[in-house]
Ligand binder design. Structure first.
Ligand code: CS2
Length: 477
């Protein structure tokens, strides 16, 4: 059986004009797909760099950057080869990154580096002391000549932007595609903050020459399994080591300027708006918020995937209560919240997509800061308890108690907090999610009361929240 390469498909390699950091499954199911489907997609090649490990780059490079996208609906699968990645590179190859970022042909750098990679203080000011950044700043201050020892994606990018400035290659757009509210501004703060701490003149150049674009991205993309690889081989008649599975739904909303152009992504359905915040909040709260709630509540209840958790009335009702709260703070007729919720029920319920709750559960302290806390604060400012969003925090607090190898940027502090009990423990953990949250005695009491909902009696939800029991049991989603 032949291996997938460009002799099998008519997809010529486009010149690299986009550099991407974070070569993972989501980048391939989303931006790479949109770029291939842009009307002028054949003119736009992506050079995609991995993060910590070289594996994905090595596997993709061996098949010329090509991979199969398996679109998995409730009825069946369809297959498409995506060819927009012209170069797949090990993230440790910082020299190649700098070379490409310094090229006048490159017009943008796109990012899927995870929420946590922007620093633990993602929504606040830049923290040069944050783990990772401090090490990279020491490298930059010392032997910056090769950049070889830089470990964070943003440290590597800042060093590469210095190369662009030196080469006088002109303005460039940085486009964050991570699930953060105001991700363009978060990227701006982190990148200019790092530059400022290393070389204030570079920071000045960045302020003048780099445009930070905000985006809201959406496509559920579970981890690829061996069974997926075998299925592609059987159905397509070639060997592909790196297929990607995704739901049929996709969405991309962008806001900001591209000083040297961009692919016509709108031909593929992307939407360009002036004010991204309502779209961003709708996606972050309703989709990602529900995901996090299901990840913790569902695993506490013994479920493995999103679809399984959604079938559990206790988890489903918790999601609906959270959605009811979040919807109160999503304004704008064009947001079509009832339709959006209905679509989410169907997307989450697609049992053919095995979206593992353990995958979503990672980095909870950062994710909940954006997914639960804004709704909780808005509810409390409106004079309500916020029990629906507090439930997500309570589920996380119960979940982290039982995790030995928790994947979270604050895992050490969480482990330490686990030494405390009851309301004390709740307060410490809430402060890790959002500074000051654990100082509010009412919030601490509410969250502490909700703890145990998914580990004990199923009726606890009714008694612990403001929702009357008959509404909970009678709700039919
Ligand atoms: C998920 C997201 O892992 C997670 O935190 O909530 O990856 C989610 O699947 C995507 O944002 C969907 O667009």
């Amino acid at each position: 059986m032949p291996a997938l390469d460009r002799t099998l498909v008519r997809l010529p390699k486009a010149p690299v004009r986009i550099v991407h950091l974070g070569l993972g499954a989501f980048h391939r199911s989303h931006e790479a797909w949109y770029t291939q489907h842009a009307g002028d997609g054949a003119d736009w090649g992506i050079a995609a760099f991995t993060g910590r490990r070289p594996d994905a780059a090595l596997a993709l490079a061996a098949q010329d950057g090509l991979f199969t996208l398996v679109e998995r609906s409730g009825d069946g699968d369809s297959f498409e080869v995506i060819g927009s990645i012209s170069e797949a590179v090990d993230g440790a190859d910082v020299r190649r990154l700098r070379e490409l970022v310094s090229s006048p042909e490159t017009v943008m750098v796109t990012l899927t580096i995870t929420e946590a990679a922007y620093g633990p203080d993602s929504n606040g000011s830049f923290d040069a002391e944050a783990a990772g950044f401090a090490g990279d700043l020491a490298v930059l201050a010392g032997s910056a000549a090769t950049g070889g020892k830089l470990t964070t994606p943003l440290g590597r990018l800042v060093w590469s932007l210095a190369g662009r400035r030196e080469a006088a290659a002109g303005p460039v757009a940085v486009v964050s595609c991570d699930n953060l509210s105001g991700n363009g501004d978060v990227a701006r703060r982190a990148i200019t903050g790092l530059a400022e701490a290393w070389d204030p003149e570079l920071a000045l150049w960045i302020r003048a020459s780099v445009s930070f674009v905000s985006t809201s991205v959406d496509r559920i993309t579970p981890r690829t399994t061996d069974a997926d690889i075998a299925e592609v081989e059987e159905s397509c008649g070639y060997r592909d080591s790196s297929p990607v599975v995704a739901e049929p739904f996709r969405n991309w909303v962008l806001s900001g300027s591209f000083p040297k152009g961009r692919p016509r992504w709108e031909d593929a359905g992307a939407v360009v708006v002036d004010d991204i915040e309502p779209y961003e909040n709708r996606k972050l709260w309703l989709l990602n918020g529900a995901h996090s709630l299901l990840a913790y509540a569902g695993q506490l209840r013994g479920h493995t995937t999103v679809a399984q958790a959604l079938e559990d009335p206790l988890c489903r009702d918790a999601v609906e209560s959270f959605w009811d709260e979040a919807a109160q703070h999503l304004a704008g007729g064009e947001l079509r919240i009832p339709e959006y919720r209905e679509a989410l029920r169907a997307r989450f319920g697609n049992g053919r997509i095995a979206h593992h709750l353990s995958q979503i559960a990672a980095d909870g302290s950062t994710k909940l800061r954006m997914r639960a806390v804004p709704v909780l604060s808005a509810e409390r400012s409106s004079g309500r308890s916020g029990s629906g969003s507090a439930m997500m925090l309570a589920a996380w607090i119960d979940y982290v108690a039982g995790q030995k190898d928790l994947q979270d940027p604050l895992s050490d502090a969480i482990a330490e907090a686990n030494g405390a009990d009851g309301a004390d423990r709740t307060g410490i953990l809430l402060n890790l999610v959002s500074e000051g949250l654990g100082e509010d005695p009412e919030i601490v009491a509410l969250v502490t009361r909700l703890c145990g909902t998914f580990t004990s009696d199923a009726n606890a939800l009714a008694s612990a929240t403001d929702t009357p029991a008959h509404l909970i049991s009678g709700r039919n989603s």
